[in-house]
Design a binder for this molecule. Structure first.
Ligand code: ZN
Length: 551
């Protein structure tokens, strides 16, 4: 169990803006930060992070909470696992009341097995020969910690001999459990490429077969420590150059990364087994580098490059695309001693937006008017995702490629309207200001409850109830807490707003009474007189009159 005091101390040492900023891109918006919500698909940011309250809230899907909750939800971790993840992110030492951390056990397995893999390579000529034939130098083998995993029985024997606990080895993704309950090694007879987290600890492995297994490459499975879709292979070794040279090369495979580094292009990284996704953007953005996509020129490579280039362009990255011709990959070219040719290709990378426009538009037969129309639609849709200035700069190019007038793209586009936070609805401001004030100054709740009724808050009745009950986790309460546009009133201002609120409600009530066909005439005239001649004048004079609900 993690010691409570150390959890508190961790909480005090982390800032939610920094924590969330490690996973998604945050933009400053007034006192808060905004982002596109990572929990539901959206194009306009309704995800708000409040540094003053140390909470996040999504106005779109209602999720929210503190730093720990964010990590739990995003990484699908339990509470203690999230604490451990945050502690490891911030190099914070947790103390445990008894037993040891699950996390550190899995880490120990990974480190021990990595050392063993490296040693195995020295004793395996076939594996060494393969690496040499691909041009990988001894220096690179050591630099990247490349190793070899033998047949399954050896792996199990090693784990047993070193007394590494099987459940922990399973947690680390080294072994899996078969249908009969027995354990088996996930990677066998493969060259291993250790995958490091950005902070430099081994979190998983990529394995390349040398025994003609049909799956050329296999990766460790997604584990608590290893999130494939957020990590980039080689990043730990490339980081310094990325920051220094403001450049980052994304290539397709482990060997490409190794060979790029060997040839001096030390900014190279690769996504693992998957295409580049929005989840990679925060890591790519670090250090504000220019991002060069260096992909194979085959059909799959071009399609992957187009997708990645579109995503990067829309996310406002600077960068370009290099497609390696004739089915060659960068690793082969470098192995053949053609580093200079690779350097030239990188220098001549096609900028992202022109690359996307050409690929999108030329995938259609522009001689066919219908296809041309579709090409126009696709190009316009892409341009709409860019900022106004960038878009305007590229309209002439798109028009030229399509052979249409630039005016076709012009003017009629609607500026995308950010989702309204509910405070922007004018008629609700009075109610929300009352509730915001009560949230910040709960000592005023009793005096307000004396004169009004929860049901007077219509659509906000649920929010009001939650607030009275102190449910700070309720989504509406959270959105109110992060809404900096609402003013917190002093007691005098609150009373004045309350009086106006009551007057409005009595006005509505008056209309209801007049329209009520079932109410006896005598009662009707009594109530109308009471409201008009007694209640409203008293309210206007400054008295807080209790709202009558039982008429
Ligand atoms: Zn959301």
């Amino acid at each position: 169990m993690i010691d409570n005091a150390s959890i508190e101390s961790l909480k005090n040492n982390i800032d939610i803006v920094d924590v969330i900023g490690n996973f998604i891109e945050l933009r400053k918006a007034g006192a808060n930060y905004k982002a596109n919500c990572p929990f539901h698909g959206e194009k306009t940011p309704s995800f708000v992070v409040s540094p003053s309250k140390q909470i996040y809230h999504c106005f779109g899907c209602g999720v929210g909470g503190d730093s720990i909750k964010f990590v739990m939800e995003l990484e699908k971790l339990s509470y203690p696992e999230s604490i451990e993840k945050l502690a490891s992110m911030y190099n914070f030492s947790l103390s445990y009341s008894k037993g040891s951390s699950d996390y550190s056990d899995a880490k120990r397995v990974l480190e021990t097995i990595q050392t063993w893999y490296v040693k195995n390579l020295e004793n395996n000529d076939t594996a060494k020969q393969y690496l040499l034939s691909r041009g990988v130098s001894q220096n690179s083998i050591e630099h990247f910690g490349i190793g070899y995993v033998p047949e399954g029985a050896s792996v199990m024997h090693f784990l047993n001999a070193t007394l590494l606990p099987m459940p922990k080895a399973m947690e680390a993704g080294i072994i899996a459990q078969g249908e009969n309950g027995g354990f088996y090694a996930r990677l066998v007879e493969r060259i291993t490429f250790p995958i490091f987290s950005a902070s430099g600890s081994v979190v998983g492995f990529g394995g390349r077969t040398i025994s003609n297994h049909p799956a050329k490459y296999i990766n460790s499975p997604q584990t608590k420590l290893f999130n494939k879709s957020r990590l980039l292979y080689g990043y730990n070794l490339a980081k310094e150059s990325i920051y220094k040279n403001k450049k980052l090369i994304v290539c397709e495979g482990y060997l490409d990364v190794v060979m790029f580094h060997q040839a001096g292009f030390t900014e190279a990284v690769a996504s693992m087994g998957t295409a580049l996704t929005p989840e990679h953007l925060p890591l790519l953005r670090k250090g504000e580098p220019k991002v060069i996509l260096a992909y194979d020129g085959d059909k799959a490579g071009v399609a992957a490059a187009l997708k990645a280039a579109q995503m990067l362009a829309i996310a406002n990255f600077d960068g370009g695309v290099v497609l390696f011709p004739d089915g060659q990959d960068p690793a082969d070219l470098i192995a053949k001693g053609e580093s200079e040719a690779v350097a030239k290709l990188l220098r001549e990378a096609k900028p992202l937006i022109p690359f996307v426009l050409e690929k999108l538009i030329y995938s259609y037969d522009l001689n066919d008017p219908r296809a041309k129309e579709a090409a126009f639609g696709t190009a316009r849709q892409f341009l709409e995702g860019l900022s106004q200035i960038i878009k305007d700069a590229y309209i002439p190019m798109a028009a030229t490629l399509l052979g249409v007038a630039p005016a076709l793209f012009g003017g009629q586009t609607q500026p995308s309207r950010a989702r309204e936070s509910f405070s922007q609805r004018k008629d609700d401001i009075a109610q929300l200001s009352i509730l915001k004030t009560l949230l910040e100054k709960p000592e005023l709740i009793d005096s307000v409850l004396d004169v009004i009724d929860v049901n007077m808050f219509g659509g906000y009745a649920g929010l009001f109830s939650a607030l009275i009950n102190g449910e700070s986790e309720q989504p509406q309460v959270r959105s109110l807490a992060v809404d900096e546009s609402l003013q917190v009133m002093n007691e005098e201002e609150l009373q004045s707003v309350l009086r106006n609120f009551l007057i409005r409600h009595y006005d509505i009530k008056l209309k209801d009474i007049v329209a009520d066909r079932d109410m006896p005439f005598s009662k009707k005239s009594f109530l109308i007189r009471k409201i008009k001649a007694d209640i409203i004048p008293r309210l206007k004079k400054g008295e807080l009159v209790v709202y009558e609900t039982n008429w």
